[in-house]
Design a binder for this molecule. Structure first.
Ligand code: FE
Ligand code: FE
Ligand code: FE
Length: 191
């Protein structure tokens, strides 16, 4: 809720009074929840394309598999989000997520700026983990809102997606250990 401080001069006195914006008072938590859902819906839809590109760019087979598996999971997550919109009684609409657009761009930059190999794979994992962390945070927020709004089934779905993102993050951390070591060996060979 936005509180505006108004300052006006009353003779020799300066009077400060707090007024509430009339627009914000009409907004409900349900509106915020719906907006946040639209944001992550946009993000997931765009991630399917991004994950396909990451998989194509991955040099390591295990990393390629991890991206492919998460791509399939992401497609199912889109369906789960559509179920949430249905439970909310609203149409599934995507609203551009500026943050995810930027994170996807960072991943694409790694592909464009570096040659295929273990070092670029390490950079791809870094970009992918930034995405997973954004998702974990977004789904945590959404799950809490759904619970407060009494939307238990919705909250369960959102918690389930949050867990999938967390498992993916752990898997990427394990791959990062392996691939960063391989990238180091490449560096040593070149010395
Ligand atoms: Fe996701
Ligand atoms: Fe966003
Ligand atoms: Fe994800």
């Amino acid at each position: 809720m936005k509180t505006k401080t108004q300052t006006r001069t009353n003779g020799s006195h300066t009077v400060k009074s707090a007024t509430r914006s009339s627009k914000s008072s009409k907004e409900t938590l349900e509106d915020i929840f719906e907006g946040t859902l639209k944001d992550i819906y946009w993000a997931e839809k765009h991630l399917t394309k991004a994950l396909a590109k990451m998989s194509k760019a991955a040099y390591n087979e295990e990393l390629k598999d991890a991206f492919d598996t998460h791509l399939e999971e992401t497609e199912r997550q889109i369906g789960k989000l559509e179920k949430c919109f249905e439970l909310l009684g609203k149409k599934a609409v995507a609203k551009k997520c500026e943050a995810m657009e930027g994170l996807i761009k960072e991943g694409e930059e790694q592909i464009e700026e570096h040659d295929e190999g273990h070092p670029r794979d390490a950079a791809l994992i870094g970009a992918a983990q930034k995405v997973e962390h954004y998702e974990i945070s977004a789904y945590g927020t959404l799950r809490t809102m759904a619970n407060v709004l009494g939307m238990t089934q919705c909250a369960e779905i959102l918690e389930e997606i949050k867990d999938e993102e967390a498992v993916t993050d752990v898997k990427l951390s394990e791959l990062a250990d392996k691939i960063n070591n391989l990238a180091c060996e490449v560096d040593e060979e070149e010395v």
